[in-house]
Every structure is written in C-alpha cells, then in structure tokens.
Write a protein that binds this ligand. Structure first.
Ligand SMILES: N[C@@H](CCC(=O)N[C@@H](CS)C(=O)NCC(=O)O)C(=O)O
Length: 216
C-alpha cells in the first residue's frame, strides 16, 4: 500500500495528501519529521518531508510526487490533456513554489518559531514575492480556478498561501491573496472541496497540537 510520510502541519505534505485524496487513492499516513538520520535519508535523500513509499520504492520532492500521482491515477485528471495547457499549469506551479513559497518560507523562523528577524530575508524576499504575485496575475484566469478547471496548481496554491499569506501580513503588512484579484475565491473553492476540507481539518488540528506543545 502507498505510504505518505510526514506530518499534517507541513504544507508540502498536505499538497500530496490533497492530491491522493482527490484521486481516491488508497494510502496510509506515516508520521515522520524531517531528519538527517541515515534511515530517513534512505527514504528521502534530503531528509525532507514529505516522501511517498510506492510499490516500486520511495519518491521525494513534492512536485515530483504530484506528477507521479497524476501519471499513475488517471481520474480525476488534475492536469489538462492538452500538452500546452498542462505546461501552463506547471508554469503556475513553478511560480508558486519558487516565487511565493520559498521567499515566504524565509520568514517562517521569525513568524512561527520566534527566531530573530533576518534583515537579509526581510529585504530580499519582498521583491521576489512581488514578482511572484505579478506573475500569477498574468498567468491565471481564475475561471473559476487558477488555470480554469481544478488542477494541481490549485492544490499547490492552497497549501502555499495558507502560510505565505499570514507571513506577508505579519512581516510586511501586506495581504498577498488580496493582491491577486480572483485568488481568494479560487482558494476558498479549493478548500471547500471534500479533499480540501479534510486536509484543512487535519492541518488545523495538527497546528493546534503543535502550538500547544511549543508553549510547553
Ligand atoms: N523541495 C522540498 C521541500 C520540502 C520541505 O521543505 N519540507 C519541510 C517541511 S514543510 C522540511 O522537510 N523541512 C526540513 C528541512 O528543510 O530540512 C519538496 O518540494 O518536497
């Protein structure tokens, strides 16, 4: 049986879980934290969460796992059949990962773990986020989802903005979602899907437990 390793606070983990649930795939969740121990790195070579155990072996890197899920479960399609349209969805996914998720992630330490502000992160992340937001405005139709029909890009967006929005709000006083007309409604529709609601409920419960544990 397919096994998804990770934890429900991880937004990358939740992207994969969302896709598996959308596909109606049978899978088991295995609790795992990022680790540089050799036994975990045998599964996920960078020691990151998530990784997926399949009947042929392990896979890491969320976009790769999402592509594998799409290729191995035909229905419902989460990428368009047309090659160009599918590439446009992948373009949006790449923009979200490189120019929203990764710059926002530079502030996770400050916002979620009480780390001191990194001035370099403060100065460098905002212009990247601005370009990312502008790219989404240019690339997405929001009719009604990011690229028209529901796709992997919506899954990635939902579990990127879930943390990127509060990060940008707290660090820059900037509402990233409101900055992209149509994005808020698309995210709401994504999170209202049965799979989206299940992932969100699990994420909220895990986040609460995580915050309570952190308080000690
Ligand atoms: N590029 C990786 C990033 C995954 C990632 O950063 N996961 C976080 C948890 S949300 C993690 O494992 N962090 C620990 C680390 O970076 O060592 C992917 O796409 O799966």
């Amino acid at each position: 049986m397919t096994k998804l390793y990770g934890f429900a606070v991880s937004n990358y983990y939740n992207m994969v879980k969302f896709a598996l649930l959308e596909k109606g795939a049978k899978f088991e969740e295995v609790a795992a934290m990022p680790s540089q121990e050799n036994d975990y790195k045998a599964k996920s070579p960078m020691g990151k969460v998530p990784c997926l155990e399949t009947d042929k072996g392990f896979l890491s890197e969320t976009n790769v796992i999402l592509e594998y899920i799409e290729a191995s479960h035909a229905s419902p399609a989460l990428l368009p059949a047309d090659a160009f349209a599918a590439a446009k969805v992948r373009e949006v996914m790449k923009v979200i990962e490189l120019y929203i998720e990764l710059p926002a992630r530079r502030h996770y330490g400050e916002l979620f773990f009480g780390a001191p502000r990194s001035q370099a992160a403060f100065d460098e992340a905002r212009p990247v986020l601005e370009n990312g937001v502008n790219a989404l405005k240019a690339l997405c139709s929001f009719k009604p989802f990011l690229c028209g029909n529901f796709s992997l890009a919506d899954i990635m967006a939902a579990h990127t903005f879930i943390y990127a929005q509060p990060v940008a709000q707290a660090i820059y006083g900037w509402d990233l979602v409101a900055a992209v007309p149509g994005l808020g409604a698309a995210l709401e529709a994504t999170n209202a899907r049965a799979a989206g609601a299940k992932v969100m409920a699990d994420q909220q419960a895990a986040l609460k437990a995580f915050q309570e544990q952190a308080k000690g």
